[in-house]
Design a protein around this ligand. Sequence first.
Ligand SMILES: C[S@@+](CC[C@H](N)C(=O)[O-])C[C@H]1O[C@@H](n2cnc3c(N)ncnc32)[C@H](O)[C@@H]1O
Length: 233
Amino acid sequence: MNKQDFLDIDRIAFFGRTYSEYLSMFGLDEAILKKGRILDCPAGASSFAAEAHQLGIDAAACDIKYNHKVNELIEKCKRDMQHVFEKFDEAEHLYVWKYYKSKDEVIALRNKALKLFAEDFPVGFKEKRYVDAELPHLPFPDKSFSLVLSGNFLFLYGDRLDLDFHRACIKELIRVCSGEVRIFPLVGLDAKPYPYLNEILSFLDSEGIKAEIVKVPFEFQKGANKMMKLCIR
Ligand SMILES: C[S@@+](CC[C@H](N)C(=O)[O-])C[C@H]1O[C@@H](n2cnc3c(N)ncnc32)[C@H](O)[C@@H]1O
């Protein structure tokens, strides 16, 4: 097996994490979750919105793939998980076994998220809790959400999504938000810090947005234990 200095995946994977992983990745507590409407963007096959809904939290999820039927989404998620976890073995040295104890545990959590997502998606789509959307354009009015969460998309895929795209997406996440936008992680698939972080911070400053880099109680990629928190007022 070749050792790789990055996770060598050929696509932006359609899979997702569970509610409890979200709480840790984004350093969330109950007070902020109960404050108003939440958007998970892009959500993939995450069960955050499904589990939040069960808990009485007002949460919506959007993704470029939500124009597909649930059975197609399940199949796509399974294929993408297989691809990622095959490639994972070449890059395991970039990860740390703190939050998760083993690869089996990670796979079990991804499968749990898929199951809960797939059970909720058909009804949730009709209720407009799942929305088909392609960044950098979101089909929501200004300030629709009090909290916007963007996990495992923007900076993680900095090898194929460029700075202009990142700026446009962040501007759009800010547009639909009235409170806070949180982005995780701040590293790429090579577990190295996103190289244009200063450019993003200058851009946010020029937009009058207060940005903070905040430590979170989650780490899987080595050193990826911080999120970006944007305060919109
Ligand atoms: C790894 S998933 C993130 C899932 C979830 N946020 C999490 O942390 O588990 C990345 C998602 O980005 C979606 N995606 C890729 N390009 C997109 C775009 N331009 N607009 C919206 N979603 C997009 C993919 O379909 C995929 O589901």
